[in-house]
Design a protein around this ligand. Structure first.
Ligand SMILES: [Zn+2]
Length: 268
């Protein structure tokens, strides 16, 4: 379904798959306790505490998710590079990469991660887990405002703007395809140093970031229906991808360690 590493919108999509289990108890837990996705996590406690607990609510922040259960239990999931979540039948048999399965009456909640850059964390306690609070504002929240963006760009003024908007400490949940989409919409050259953007560019970057985050969440979040044809994403994977605005051939280069696509006509 998704070709890329999970970003804000894909995370929202997967979170909603598991939300089918809200209100139901966990009857059984199957997990691969020695796998890297459980690094630093007490899998015995996870299994003992979650069996019998009811899933209450979920929340997403950037690329991370938190599921709250009854009896003061919290489960954190990070999808890393290749993480996936789905609901499956009650007699689901975990395969090699299905590292965590929560069985409920009526369904199984499955976490799959072939490359294991993802992570499963568990916390038992009245207050939420310390690792959940990181102080980074969600892009769609009011806390992500012009002042925050200006200060973040200034702090990283020597880096190419593409690299800056991939930093999770400022642009929570933005990954490679959303980053390219934002810069294309804002008409900013990805390799330009963040410190060289003028006030007008800050304005455009701010608006484009809010727009791409909000629209991606709205469109991809609830289901996997398609983003509008006018978006860059449909072209950026193709061998001869063209700018949706005026059909100029897209250029590609590695910026901030990631393959970046841009239009040489609208992004100068
Ligand atoms: Zn263009």
């Amino acid at each position: 379904m998704f070709r890329a590493m999970p970003e804000l919108a894909e995370v929202e999509y997967f979170r909603r798959q598991w939300d089918a289990g809200i209100g139901y108890r966990i009857l059984k837990v199957a997990l691969h306790s020695s796998k890297r996705v459980f690094r630093g996590t007490n899998t015995r406690a996870l299994r003992e505490e979650l069996v019998g607990a009811r899933m209450l609510i979920s929340e997403a922040r950037g690329k991370r998710m938190l599921f709250r259960f009854s009896n003061e239990n919290w489960l954190g999931l990070h999808l890393g590079m290749s993480g996936r979540m789905q609901t499956a039948v009650t007699d689901f048999r975990p395969q090699k990469h299905d590292h965590l399965v929560l069985y409920q009456r009526g369904r199984a909640l499955v976490f799959t991660d072939a490359r294991q850059f993802g992570r499963v964390q568990f916390h038992h306690g009245k207050d939420g887990p310390g690792w959940w609070e990181n102080g980074v504002p969600e892009i769609v929240s009011e806390k992500f405002d012009r002042r925050f963006l200006d200060r973040f760009l200034n702090r990283h003024r020597k880096a190419p703007v593409k690299a800056v908007i991939l930093m999770q400490s400022g642009f929570s949940g933005i990954g490679n395809w959303m980053g390219d989409e934002i810069l294309w919409r804002a008409r900013i050259l990805p390799s330009k140093r963040a410190g060289r953007l003028n006030a007008g560019a800050h304005d455009q970057l701010f608006r484009a970031t809010k727009f791409v985050a909000r629209e991606s969440l709205r469109i991809i979040g609830p289901d996997d229906s398609k983003l509008p044809r006018s978006w860059l994403i449909h072209e950026r994977w193709r061998d001869v991808g063209k700018c949706p605005r005026h059909r100029t051939l897209l250029r590609r280069a590695t910026i901030g360690g990631r393959t970046t696509a841009w239009c040489p006509t609208c992004q100068r």
